[in-house]
Each structure stands twice: as structure tokens, then as C-alpha cells.
Design a protein around this ligand. Structure first.
Ligand SMILES: Cc1ncc(COP(=O)(O)O)c(C=O)c1O
Length: 409
């Protein structure tokens, strides 16, 4: 082993990218920008170049970078208590769960850390519910999921992904999942039976390219699950907490699922915080020792999560997302036929299909980066726009102008 060396001078972006490539697993292909500072919607790289962050950590930064109220809550908590594990109680967790209940309308919270853990937790709770409450025969519970889903990277979760890159080489996978096409109620109805513990869906499929189902689909899923005596689990890890113009994306169809999975923005872009929220009839199936996490519900996470719920309490961020979402939608409509083939917009969240003749999504993202705008490609020539909800109208219009410039170059 060699001792870590003290460095005489800060390393350049190129040097840091080379060093990452040597020292880190290659499970990502980041844009070639090395961010060192950020505030609000703007980030700065190590050479001092500024970029508008139009990805916002896949919605983990809904309130922008280092929102003062969230940073203050974190600092205050760092000076007081950071971790107990749930072997003991801590004085921040009850308030966090009470605030989440007030915000979402669900009586109980199961706190976890990452999104994938919330999904895994939701699956466990649904299966336990199926055996204890619905009376499904032992080990026979099934969960129906949608094609083109994205619910995280654990082995169970990639086992029911339909993306070959996500799943191939990682089997064998857990049984008990049925995949149906998204936005297809007859197929869903067909797949649901007496073994069905739950239907697990994203109300808007983010990674798939911001795919918005037809009006009536989510209400239909609610009706199918209710009729079949199965739970409806909405994965709102990316779509929830203001992104689409409402606290939860299911509100667009006034649908109340049985369980909602939250993550990303719940940690305010500061700490990983996720949660399963549900009624007592559902989350009440868990007893001591049946599930847990050393870090889940830690006081630092709870303090930041509480501050997040307080930001969302007034509805101001949800309103901003709805209003500025209309600006985003109009801006993208204006680019249709000028490099944009189609787009889908819900709140401040858009999937934009660029004419493949102009480049891949990756190439467009790199050109936008040179123009000072950071976005992320999804598949093919589709890029995704999801700026912090704190973005101003002028900043959003500026980003749209940069996109127009890239498409017309
Ligand atoms: C809908 C959805 N579910 C789950 C996840 C997984 O979250 P995490 O990366 O925090 O594990 C993501 C991440 O992009 C997501 O978009």
C-alpha cells in the first residue's frame, strides 16, 4: 500500500477525469465537466466555468443546490446529533414522519436512504401484506410492473427491468414479477389475479424519456387494483415532491395509491433520504426485526427531510413548477420542426426527442455543455430537462435559447 500523497496544486478537469477513470469503476459515463461549487441553479467547474444545471440530480435537487433553509437545517443538526441507528429513538424522526403524513396524506412512514431501497422496501411490505391480509399462499405473491420501468439498481429491481444494459449479466433474478406494457390497461387487467400483491408503477416514466401515460391510465390502475384486492404502489422517487406541478404526480388524476415511494428530493440534495409512505393497514404489517436499515431515519436525514417537507408545505414550489412548466412546454413547442421531433412535458420536467440527424442525445448534451447548460440524455436522441424548481423564468428561457442555438448550429 502507498500512502496518499499531499498535492501541491489543484488538479485540472482533464487530470481529474483521467484519475477517475483509473481509480473508479466505469459504471457511469459522465459528461466531461468536473463540478466543484454550486449555488441555486448554477454550478461551477474547477476552471471556474459556469453552467446552468438543467438536470438537478435527476430531481434530487428540486430546491436547487444548497438551498439556504436546507443547509441551515443540516448545519444545525450536524452540531447536535447525526446518528443513533434505530436501536434508540432520536428526537427528529417523529416530526419528520408527522410532516410527511401531513404533506402526503399517508399515516405512516418507513424511512430508508436510497430510492432503490425504498422500492425494495415497498416490495417487501406488499408481499407481507399479501400473505398476512390478502391470504395469498406462501411464496406465491406476484407483483405486476411496467415495461421500460426504472426503479433502481439492486438485483431484485434490475431483475424486472426490460433494459438489457441494466439486467444482462446480473442474473439469476428473483421470481414473482410480471411485466406488462406501460399505459395499457387491458394488459394490466389480464396480468392481475388472486396472487397479485401489488402493481408497481412510475406515474411518469422518467428514465424511459419522461413518458406520460394517457389521461385516465392512473385512475384505471387504481380501479384494476381495487377490484383485484391488490395494492397500487406509485414510485414517485423522481416524479414526486413538486417536480410535476403537484406534490405527487398521481394528483394529476386525483388518484390515491396504497403506497408511495419517495426519495431523491426528500434529501434536499444534501443526504440520501427515501421513504415508503402508506396507511396503517399496509405499513402496519411490519413488526420489529422484519425490516430495517442502520442509516434509515437517522437524525441528520430526518432534519433535512423535515426542512424539505416545510418547503413544500405552502405549495409555492408546486405552483412554480406548474407555471414554469408551461414556459418550458411552450419553448419546446416552438422548437418542434426546428430540431425537436417531439416532446413530453409535465411540470418542470421534459423528455425531448431530438432529430437523430442532428446527433445522439449524448452529442447534443455535450454541445449544450459547451453552451453552459447541463442536461442528460436518456435513450437514443432523447434528452431530459429537469431544472431545479427554483429556476427563474429568465434562466429557463436562456436555457431554451441555448438549446435552439445548438439545434440550429
Ligand atoms: C422512479 C425511480 N425509482 C427509483 C430510483 C432509484 O433511486 P436511487 O438511485 O436513489 O437508488 C430512481 C432513480 O433514478 C427513479 O427514477
Amino acid at each position: 500500500m502507498t500512502a496518499p500523497t499531499a498535492r501541491a496544486r489543484p488538479r485540472s478537469s482533464a487530470e481529474l477525469i483521467r484519475a477517475e477513470s483509473t481509480a473508479l469503476a466505469h459504471n457511469y459515463h459522465p459528461l466531461p465537466v468536473v463540478v466543484s461549487h454550486a449555488e441555486g441553479v448554477w454550478v461551477r467547474d474547477v476552471e471556474g466555468r459556469r453552467y446552468l444545471d438543467m438536470l438537478a440530480g435527476y430531481s434530487a435537487l428540486n430546491f436547487g443546490h444548497r438551498h439556504p433553509a436546507l443547509v441551515e437545517a443540516a448545519h444545525r443538526q450536524l452540531d447536535q446529533l447525526t446518528l443513533t441507528s434505530r436501536a434508540f429513538h432520536n428526537d427528529r424522526l417523529a416530526g419528520f414522519a408527522e410532516n410527511l403524513a401531513a404533506l402526503t396524506g399517508f399515516a405512516m412512514t418507513l424511512p430508508m436512504n436510497t430510492g432503490a431501497e425504498a422500492v425494495e422496501s415497498g416490495i417487501k411490505v406488499a408481499r407481507k401484506w399479501a400473505y398476512d391480509v390478502k391470504g395469498v399462499a406462501p411464496d406465491r405473491a406476484t407483483i405486476v410492473v411496467a415495461a421500460d420501468n426504472f426503479h433502481g439498481r439492486t438485483t431484485t429491481v434490475v431483475g424486472f427491468s426490460t433494459d438489457p444494459v441494466a439486467r444482462e449479466g446480473f442474473g439469476p433474478f428473483a421470481p414473482g414479477f410480471r411485466v406488462v406494457p406501460y399505459n395499457d390497461l387491458p394488459a394490466l387487467r389480464e396480468a392481475v389475479d388472486e396472487t397479485t400483491a401489488a402493481v408497481l408503477l412510475e406515474p411518469v416514466q422518467g428514465e424511459a424519456g419522461v413518458i406520460i401515460p394517457d389521461e385516465g391510465y392512473l385512475a384505471g390502475v387504481r380501479a384494476v387494483t381495487r377490484d383485484a384486492g391488490a395494492l397500487f404502489i406509485a414510485d414517485e422517487i423522481q416524479s414526486g415532491l413538486g417536480r410535476t406541478g403537484t406534490t405527487l404526480a398521481v394528483e394529476h388524476e386525483r388518484v390515491v395509491p396504497d403506497m408511495v415511494l419517495l426519495g431523491k428530493a426528500l434529501g434536499g440534495g444534501i443526504v440520501p433520504v427515501s421513504a415508503v409512505v402508506a396507511g396503517r393497514d399496509v405499513l402496519g404489517v411490519l413488526g420489529p426485526g422484519q425490516h430495517g436499515s442502520t442509516f434509515g431515519g437517522n437524525p441528520l436525514a430526518a432534519a433535512v427531510g423535515t426542512a424539505v417537507t416545510e418547503l413544500l408545505r405552502t405549495g409555492e414550489f408546486q405552483r412554480r413548477a406548474a407555471e414554469l412548466g408551461r414556459v418550458l412546454d411552450a419553448g419546446l413547442t416552438a422548437l418542434t420542426g426546428r430540431g425537436v421531433l417531439a416532446h413530453r412535458c409535465r411540470g418542470l420536467w421534459a423528455g425531448v426527442d431530438i432529430d437523430p440527424a442532428l446527433g445522439t442525445g449524448r452529442e447534443i448534451s455535450e454541445r449544450l455543455m459547451s453552451e453552459g447548460v447541463l442536461v442528460k440524455d436518456t435513450h437514443g436522441s432523447t434528452i431530459r430537462l429537469a431544472p431545479p424548481l427554483t429556476i427563474t423564468r429568465d434562466e429557463l428561457v436562456w436555457a431554451l435559447d441555448r438549446l435552439a442555438a445548438v439545434l440550429s448550429a
